[in-house]
Design a protein around this ligand. Structure first.
Ligand code: NAI
Length: 300
């Protein structure tokens, strides 16, 4: 079985000072990539800053014989995002891979969630992924090569108590990823998203303790590494991953209900079962395709 290598590739991994990002950076570097290890170095809620965590990961990569450079900038500001990408260009001359992973938590029930708690979480996860990808985009286009992975979450895909801010950001990343996949297609830029489960400082008091040793970050990184490899041709997809299991998440549409006459509220009521039917499910690649069943009804 041939080994997947990343020799000659330059990767940015955001939030790589701890947890999942650290593991992504270590793995890519061990397989030949030159890595910008970005981390702001604050606590779990994003308070504080320190260049220490990013530098420690870089030291570890170098000790293992790999190439890496630390960057302590904030993904949530345009200047920070530009500086992260510029670090790759200055140190390694190009950029091929972006793993948007940086994240914080500010959980609160919706009733009690402040504007600041909403905005700050959106700023790191959603705006940060936008800003870093946006700074990288012209370079990826110019080289007609790019691999982007955005880090979504089951909490975003399915909703979760106390996480209106986080879930909004994480589902936003799905739309973002799918749009980058469309816009990147002709430049050989592939964008995918993961919804991981892993035992990190972010989840250590949220996940069942019995599973701690089974939910290692090393059970997530292989998917990320595969998605950013040049042999990956898939784009615009979302995968859940953790504990040794990977599955594709689909945004799917049921068979639905349609009628020729103008719809009434009673028709909605009377056909509620058909409207809610879950079989057969259809998965569409773009909004035009999604309009297919409607166009068929309008023209039949
Ligand atoms: P973590 O807290 O260990 O790592 C997140 C890293 O992001 C930290 O090192 C932090 O310093 C860095 N960071 C935070 N704000 C930053 C900013 N503005 N700029 C640069 N770096 C910043 O947490 P974990 O679990 O490794 O999370 C990584 C990603 O995976 C996050 O996006 C998280 O939401 C996501 N995720 C994790 C899950 C899990 O089960 N661990 C579940 C679903 C999603």
């Amino acid at each position: 079985m041939s080994e997947l290598r990343y020799d000659g590739r330059v990767a940015v991994v955001t939030g790589a000072g701890h947890g999942l990002g650290r593991q992504h950076a270590l793995e890519l570097a061990a397989r030949g990539a030159k890595v910008v290890v970005n981390d702001l170095g604050g606590d779990r809620s994003g308070v504080g800053a320190s260049a220490g965590p990013a530098q420690e990961v870089v030291d570890e990569i170098k000790k293992n014989g790999g190439e890496a450079v630390a960057n302590p900038d904030n993904v949530a500001t345009p200047e920070g995002a530009q500086a992260i990408v510029q670090t790759a260009l200055d140190e390694f001359g190009k950029l091929d891979i972006v793993v948007n992973n940086a994240g914080i938590l500010r959980d609160k029930s919706f009733k009690n969630m402040s504007v600041e708690e909403f905005d700050s979480v959106i700023a790191v996860h959603l705006r940060g992924s936008f800003l870093v990808s946006s700074a990288a985009w012209p370079h990826l286009r110019e080289n007609a090569y790019g691999r982007i992975v955005n880090t979504s979450s089951p909490a975003g895909l399915f909703g979760n108590f106390g996480q209106a801010n986080y879930a909004t950001a994480k589902m936003g990343l799905v739309g973002f990823t799918k749009t980058l996949a469309h816009e990147g297609a002709k430049y050989n830029i592939k964008a995918n998203a993961i919804a991981p489960v892993a035992w990190t400082r972010m989840t250590e008091d949220l996940l069942p303790a019995d599973f701690a040793d089974k939910l290692g970050v090393d059970q997530v990184t292989p998917l990320v590494a595969f998605l950013v490899h040049e042999s990956n041709e898939d784009s615009g997809e979302v995968y859940t991953v953790g504990g040794g299991r990977i599955a594709k998440i689909f945004v799917a549409e049921g068979p639905g209900y349609g009628q020729k006459e103008t719809l009434s509220v009673e028709a909605v009521r009377d056909n509620w079962a058909a409207i809610n039917a879950a079989e057969p499910l259809a998965v569409f690649k773009n909004p035009m395709e999604q309009m297919g069943p409607l166009i068929q009804q309008l023209t039949s």
